[in-house]
Design a protein around this ligand. Structure first.
Ligand code: FES
Length: 177
């Protein structure tokens, strides 16, 4: 039988309810904690993001269906607040501090250098899934400005070149491990 990929009507074929299966247990546990709390939408979203690192399309569909929120309202909230992510984060989170102390110590140059070197903008992830680049307002290490945070590690008195060396050293350490 010929493949149905060439069938122009293929896109109209009903493929079943993607949410027919119950949500995974960890997601169900989040819903159970917040069931019957109509003002808890943001808290539910935060819990899901903490669990998975981002908010997947199916997470949001399950949320809407299980807790009776209109899906449009769920997406409205997710896209309004920039703390929510709709894509999986990279393996390493790179945060360039853009607080006042870091700003006056040229953190913009660090950010611009990393954007060019990684080929991505702020809040984007490299195509290989290695790095997500973000900014942060202040990490409480102003005496070390300008500051770069890589995953849980804080690096002070950065320059554009030192920031890039920090990332490449991370790659080299992983390749050698
Ligand atoms: S402003 Fe960057 S650590 Fe405070």
């Amino acid at each position: 039988m010929a493949s149905d990929k060439s069938d122009p009507l293929r896109k109209y074929v009903y493929r079943g309810d993607p949410l027919a299966e119950p949500p995974p247990p960890e997601l169900s546990a989040i819903f159970t904690r917040h069931r019957g709390a109509p003002d808890a939408l943001i808290t539910v979203l935060e819990d899901i993001q903490r669990q998975y690192g981002y908010l997947g399309q199916n997470h949001l569909q399950y949320l809407a269906r299980q807790l009776n929120f209109p899906l449009a309202r769920v997406y409205g909230v997710v896209t309004f607040y920039n703390l929510f992510r709709l894509d999986p984060p990279g393996k390493h989170q790179i945060r360039v501090c853009r607080g006042t102390a870091c700003h006056v110590n040229h953190s913009a140059a660090i950010l611009s250098h990393l954007e060019n070197a990684l080929g991505i903008g702020v809040d984007e992830t490299t195509p290989d899934g290695e790095f997500t680049l973000q900014t942060v307002a202040c990490v409480g290490a102003c005496s070390l400005a300008p500051v770069l945070v890589v995953d849980e590690h804080t690096y002070g008195r950065m320059t554009p070149d030192a920031a890039w060396r920090t990332l490449t050293a991370l790659d080299e350490r992983e390749a050698a491990a």
